[in-house]
Design a protein around this ligand. Structure first.
Ligand code: ACO
Length: 362
């Protein structure tokens, strides 16, 4: 029987860093508070768009799988920050990669988006609809950040991660999954002026309608419940015991949410992958970036039993019990790089300050 497996992985982090100390000059906050309440020390700010980040991550994932772009049947980009509404970021990526035989689609489930896309692509491969998908999570979330709002300014960053999902004869792959949504509480985490549902004259009067607005404690509470319950359910549905789990790769939104999920799974901290300190919350990109770094750090062994879990705006959530394949080394490396930048973070954010307000010392 055909079986889908992750055979390639890659990431792309823009080089410009915004530290907690930098944020102290923008909002009433401090490194101690951010570190203790979120686990974040720094995040990246992109000088390029979502599709460019996605393209570099995608090239690196294809190289790791040893596949030419022409072998890809589907380019799926999970993002809530596409470069534009038309065309999709995926179409731009498909062209930039030279994936001439691929279909292309964006998927938006906010921070849960990558896991939704991975589960859907795996199902398409398992069902024989396609042989090879390039599944990317890519975000330029800081575009939607009002740096006068300390409740959101400290949390988010930019980046991309990608995996290749391929048909193989090897055992493993997706063993159980859960997708969920509670649209009744959509307004606890949203950017109401970021689409076509806003009156343009209202937006002109208040640009902050376009920025991410959040009821942090309410999101926190629901995230802990959704991640904890869905993770334990997929472990059970996969027929695994809790002690069978080798690694939890959770969405990186807040280290306290990750700790609560790990406690629910009764997991030793050594079995939990955390890199939030370096990148903050990159939304749909956190899980593929974390998976790539877990592989680079040799924390994914052949046949590893991995739990992925995510939540995001919607509120949406997703979880998967995933058995990794036998190959945990990349077959090749790509020399793809982003164009250079001078790394001046305040210059990159000047557009946000001009639009939403704020800036150094304001
Ligand atoms: N710096 C300093 N103080 C702050 C900051 C800040 N950046 N932000 C809030 N505070 C203050 C508050 O004003 C409050 O002060 P008060 O007690 O005098 O009123 C105090 O700190 C506690 O505030 P809370 O909001 O209750 O703090 P909490 O512990 O809940 O942490 C946080 C806030 C980090 C936002 C947390 O609620 C959280 O992580 N929520 C989930 C966010 C999340 O994961 N979002 C996912 C987005 S995914 C997507 O789809 C885009």
């Amino acid at each position: 029987m055909t079986n889908s497996l992750i055979t390639g992985w890659g990431k792309c982090l823009p080089p410009t860093v915004l530290t907690n100390h930098d944020l102290e000059s923008l909002v009433d906050t401090n490194d101690e508070w951010i570190t203790a309440r979120t686990g974040i020390k720094e995040r990246r700010i992109s000088h390029v768009g979502t599709a460019d980040l996605a393209t570099v991550a995608g090239k690196r994932a294809l190289a790791a799988a040893g596949l030419p772009p022409a072998d890809v049947d589907l380019v799926s980009v999970a993002t809530c920050t596409p470069d534009m509404l038309l065309p999709s970021a995926a179409s731009l990526v498909q062209d930039a990669l030279g994936a001439t035989n691929a279909g292309a689609v964006d998927q938006n489930a906010a921070c849960s988006g990558f896991l939704y896309s991975l589960i859907m692509a795996s199902g398409m491969v398992d069902g024989g609809v396609i042989d090879t998908a390039l599944v990317i999570g890519s975000e330029r979330l800081t575009y939607l950040i009002d740096f006068t709002d300390r409740g959101t300014a400290v949390l988010f960053g930019d980046g991309a991660g990608a995996v290749v999902v391929q048909a193989t004869d090897e055992p493993g792959g997706l063993k159980a999954s859960e997708l969920g949504s509670d649209g009744a509480v959509a307004d606890i985490l949203w950017a109401p002026g970021s689409g076509t549902g806003v009156n343009r004259m209202e937006l002109e009067k208040d640009h902050r309608l376009q920025a991410i607005a959040m009821n942090g404690p309410e999101v926190f509470k629901r995230a802990v419940t959704a991640m904890g319950h869905s993770s334990t359910r997929v472990v059970k549905e996969a027929g695994w015991a809790l002690e069978d789990v080798d690694l939890l790769i959770p969405h990186q939104a807040n280290v306290r949410i990750i700790d609560a999920t790990a406690r629910r799974l009764k997991l030793d901290p050594a079995k939990v992958f955390v890199n939030i300190e370096s990148y903050g919350n990159t939304s749909a990109a956190t899980i593929p970036i974390a998976l790539t770094e877990a592989l680079e750090a040799r924390r994914v062994k052949p046949g590893a039993k991995i739990v992925f879990a995510a939540f995001g705006a919607g509120l949406s959530w997703a979880a998967a019990a995933y058995e990794f394949g036998s190959r945990t080394e990349p077959l090749g490396e790509s020399d793809a790089e982003l164009p250079p930048t001078d790394g001046d973070v305040m210059r990159l954010l000047a557009d946000n300050f001009a639009y939403y307000g704020g800036g150094p010392g304001s």
